[in-house]
Structures are given as C-alpha cells and as structure tokens.
Write a protein that binds this ligand. Structure first.
Ligand code: DQA
Length: 136
C-alpha cells in the first residue's frame, strides 16, 4: 500500500541531534523501519516548507495517506496545516513527548486536520501510524 511518510526540518539529522530527546536511531534506519512495516512506504525528509507543501498536494492529488512529522512547523505553520487538510488521511507523529517539553511545543496547529496524533513513542510511533493507515 502506498503511504507517504513525510518528515520536516532537522529530522534528517536523527541519530546525532539531541539524542537524549530523539534517540539514537538514524534517519536512514528510520527509513528502513518504515519500509519494513510497509514495503511501499515512500519516506521523505525536507528542510524546505514549499517542498513539504508540494508533497502534501501530491498526497491530495493521488489519494495517498500520509504519516507526517512536521518538526517545528507543527507549532506555527498554517501553510503546512492547510496543505495537510487536503490529504485523504494524515496521522501526525512526534518522536518526543511534545506535551512534556517547552511551552511552544505544546500546541500543534496541524492536529485538528489529522485523523490522529502519536507523540513520545520514538520510532515506534511511525510503526503504529503506518499500521493504522494499513487498517483503514
Ligand atoms: C518533533 C517535535 C518538534 O517540536 C521538533 O521541532 C522536531 C521534532 C518530534 O518528532 O518530536 O523537530 O516533531
């Protein structure tokens, strides 16, 4: 089943970035984990907001469900939210427990247009999100 797994800014640095918060799994390992759960998962990362919005438009045009970790855009990008609202089904994932971190991370402007949100379970959250999309 085709699923887009879309990762926003700084997530390409997984494995070396704030490992106490995000864990030791590298971005390449994350890609492998996702494709183990769903061989047709198309896992991407960008630091460019316009690219992310283009990918969400692609999901809308092709009817492809999305696992979305929008990184810091989660907390302020109405443009990413509006694009996510067009996709057929979006599950929002955060590696860290954003509710237990700095105040600015407590609110997601994206959540309201998603089917569900998984936070704080590390890479396990991606597995769970992909499985949930496979079931529906
Ligand atoms: C994150 C949480 C965000 O607050 C942060 O900006 C990230 C990663 C997470 O996966 O926990 O880049 O989305």
């Amino acid at each position: 089943m085709k699923i887009l797994v879309l990762n926003g800014p700084n997530l390409g640095r997984l494995g070396t970035r704030q490992t106490d918060v995000y864990g030791l799994t590298t971005y390449d390992e994350l890609v492998q984990i996702c494709t183990e759960v769903e061989p047709e998962a198309d896992v991407r990362q960008t630091d460019d907001e316009a690219t992310m919005i283009g990918w969400l438009h692609e999901a809308a045009d092709t009817g492809t469900p999305v696992v979305l970790n929008a990184g810091a855009w989660t907390h302020y990008s109405y443009a990413v939210r509006d694009a996510a609202a067009l996709a057929p089904a979006v599950i929002e994932v955060h590696l860290s427990q954003i509710a237990a971190r700095e105040e600015f991370r407590h609110h997601s402007v994206v959540s309201a247009v998603t089917r569900g949100t998984i936070t704080g379970l590390g890479v396990e959250g991606y597995r769970a999100a992909i499985r949930a999309l496979q079931l529906h």
